[in-house]
Design a protein around this ligand. Structure first.
Ligand code: ADP
Ligand code: G3P
Length: 499
């Protein structure tokens, strides 16, 4: 019997590059991962070396293909990536003119503040669904053009190319033949009009970005050219591309308006499908492209929590109160309540719905009895309270409470956390059998383009649940806990918080 075709999914993340070979049923056949260097050249700056991103990506691709045992059954490639991170390269030599400026980088804060003060945020938000924040690519692109000698002139002459990491990888894989991105990645640049699905000339002018730099914007399931380099001498079509959080929405099969997925890694990103309507959030959530297939755009609202698993890393690496992240589970489960202890992990400010860059973290409610168990539990509970904040914001924007929350990411191996999410958010929480939903989403998009699936419904039918948790907390206890959380958040907020 000939094997059904497989897909190679590339998941190029903030801290590591991964490649996963999936079979047509969405099961993992082989996987490879490599971390790469993070540079922090100045306060608030975060950079990556684009060549290292490419090298690590091509190495994990070759490793995963090798580990899968054969290459003949591979039908194509899906790419998913850390979003917003900005690369500019020379079209002739293929060499980056500056390191990649990472989404976390805050160097353009002052530019954003100035544009906000000039009253530009309403126009930018209305067209892009985003907020005037250094998080997004536009001001990073302008920064590179203004700080690298001759860059602006070369960009205007069409000698340079800009791309988010998907575009950079497509360019490298196709050996410079294709300069393209997909609509989900474009929607994170702050240069893309999400309603008209095109680069917006007013935004290009506002941010000082020449049009000649920009990639072609395609559907998320489309022909992105043929990979001819970096995958061990074979040629494969690149057929699916999406930003990592949108890819997770697809991998979690959240195809109906009101369906929500939440990914718990270093940070947490929750997206709710809003269908063909670009819903403008009343709660300072972002409006973004969920996916674009056959020219039809499905939108989503998105909320981000900057610190989720990172708080657990902090317990381990800075406080030293756990030896491993997994230890938090037993510690939290060993207590009958949080004993009034709250951690607000605003280490880098608070994200949605507060958007308070100057808030800082706090541990509140300590007594002589407080020990490492209370602190570990508070770190896990903080993830739940923040998810509840996002969920309520989404429910308000949608006009009704979503029926369930589909979760994934490195933290959800923690069974206590998954039940606590159900208890505190007060909703059914579902964990899928394949928790690598980001890579799976990229594989599904490629599978659609290559005819492994004919419709999204087929992808939805293939989604399998592993664990479902129902809320089991006494509503009075929940209310008490939420009151404690809100009081703790109030104590850390700065005057500049605008949420
Ligand atoms: N059992 C666990 N309980 C709580 N947190 C965990 C557990 N296992 C891993 N984590 C956290 O999950 C995060 C890793 O998840 P992952 O999805 O790999 O992150 P990313 O893709 O952002 O690098 C880490 O921050 C780690 O602290
Ligand atoms: O690389 P991750 O998984 O931390 O995701 C980063 C996001 O895409 C940033 O918007």
């Amino acid at each position: 019997m000939t094997e059904k075709p497989r897909i190679l999914a590339i998941d190029q993340g903030t801290t590591s590059s991964r490649a996963i070979v999936f079979n047509a049923d969405g099961h993992i056949v082989a996987t490879a991962q490599q971390e790469f260097r993070q540079s922090f050249p100045a306060d608030g700056w975060v950079e990556h070396d684009p060549e290292e991103i490419w090298q690590s990506t091509s190495e994990v691709c070759r490793e995963a293909i090798h580990a899968a045992g054969d290459t003949f059954a591979l039908a194509g490639i899906g790419i998913t990536n850390q979003r917003e991170t900005t690369v500019i390269w020379d079209r002739a030599s293929g060499e980056p003119i500056y390191p990649a400026i990472v989404w976390q980088d805050r160097r353009t804060s002052a530019v954003c503040r100035r544009l906000r003060d000039q009253g530009q945020e309403e126009m930018v938000s209305e067209r892009t669904g985003l907020l005037l924040d250094p998080y997004f690519s536009a001001t990073k692109v302008a920064w590179i053009l203004d700080h690298v000698e001759d860059a602006r002139e070369r960009a205007e002459r069409g000698e340079l190319a800009f791309g988010t990491i998907d575009s950079w990888l497509i360019w490298k894989l196709t050996d410079g033949a294709v300069h393209a991105t997909d609509a989900t990645n474009a929607s994170r640049t702050m240069l893309f009009n999400i309603h008209e699905q095109r680069w917006d000339s007013d935004l290009l002018q506002l941010f000082g970005v020449p049009e000649a730099l920009l990639p072609e914007v395609k559907d998320s399931a489309a022909d992105f050219g043929t990979a001819v380099r970096g995958i061990g001498g074979r040629e494969l079509p690149i057929a699916g591309v999406a930003g990592d959080q949108q890819a997770a929405l697809v991998g979690q099969a959240c195809f109906t308006p009101g369906m929500v997925k939440s990914t718990y890694g270093t940070g947490c990103f929750a997206l709710m499908n809003t269908g063909e309507q670009a819903v403008r959030s009343r709660n300072r959530l972002l409006t973004t492209v969920g996916y674009r297939i056959n020219g039809r755009t499905t939108y989503a609202v998105e909320g981000s929590i900057f610190v989720a698993g990172a708080a657990v890393q902090w317990l381990r690496d800075k406080l030293g109160i756990v030896r491993s992240a997994a230890e938090t589970e037993g510690l939290a489960a060993g207590l009958e309540s949080n004993r009034g202890v709250y951690l607000v992990p605003a280490f880098t400010g608070l994200g949605a719905p507060y958007w308070d860059p100057d808030a800082r973290g706090a541990l509140i409610g300590l007594t002589r009895d407080t020990g490492r168990a209370e602190i570990a539990r508070a770190a896990l509970e903080a993830v739940c309270y923040q998810t509840r904040d996002l969920f309520e914001a989404m429910a308000d924007d949608a006009g009704e409470r979503p029926a369930a929350l589909r979760v994934d990411g490195g933290m959800v191996v923690n069974g206590w956390l998954v039940q606590a999410l159900a208890d505190i958010v007060d909703v059914s929480v579902e964990r899928p059998a394949v928790v690598e939903t980001t890579a799976l989403g990229a594989a599904r998009l490629a599978g659609l383009q290559l005819g492994l699936f004919s419709r999204l419904d087929d992808v939805a039918d293939a989604w399998r649940r592993d664990v479902a948790c129902e809320p089991a907390m006494d509503p009075r206890d929940r209310e008490r806990a939420l009151r404690g959380w809100r009081a703790a958040v109030e104590r850390v907020r700065s005057e500049r918080g605008n949420g």
